[in-house]
Design a protein around this ligand. Structure first.
Ligand code: ADP
Ligand code: MG
Length: 142
């Protein structure tokens, strides 16, 4: 388990952090995003998509579709948002299975999942006021 903590001062820095993380991800990685509404989870995922070579401007909060899929250049990103559903419904989505073919899965409101995803990288984003955000990246073992 390793942890990295830093502060971003604007939206583009958070997006850059997502892009940098993308470069380090093995196929089939799960990214669990935790933080309040407006913290910057979707912004981070936009950077992640960009880092994976996928069209980042398409990335919006999949609040109503639950899971959006982006494909390109041999990489696939599944982007889920559990905000509006119960823990039980979140469990039923089968998000872990989506990583089976090497796709990356990014989950907003991951704290709704009834148990931790093994080996997931957790991104916690805290609003420090104004446009400052504290980002904590924890990489699970395995
Ligand atoms: P979430 O998905 O966590 O609900 P969004 O990513 O949709 O949040 O929105 C974050 C909002 O906060 C955007 O309007 C963005 O412009 C703004 N913002 C301000 N400062 C930052 C920052 N440092 N990092 C990310 N977003 C920021
Ligand atoms: Mg969002």
């Amino acid at each position: 388990m390793s942890e990295e903590v830093f502060i971003t001062h604007n939206e583009s820095e958070t997006r850059d952090a997502g892009r940098r993380l993308a470069a380090t991800l093995p196929p089939g990685a799960t990214i669990a995003l935790v933080g309040d509404l407006g913290a910057g989870k979707t912004v981070f995922v936009r950077g992640l998509a960009e880092g994976l070579g996928l069209a980042p401007d398409d990335v919006s909060s999949p609040t109503f579709t639950l899971i959006q899929e982006y494909r390109g250049a041999g990489r696939t990103l599944h982007h889920a948002d559990l905000y509006r559903i119960s823990s039980r419904e979140a469990d039923d989505l089968g998000l872990e299975e989506l990583t089976a073919e090497g796709a990356i899965v990014a989950i907003e409101w991951a704290e709704k999942l009834p148990r931790d995803v093994p080996g997931a990288t957790t991104i916690q984003i805290e609003d420090l006021g104004g446009t400052e955000r504290r980002i904590t990246i924890s990489r699970g073992a395995g």
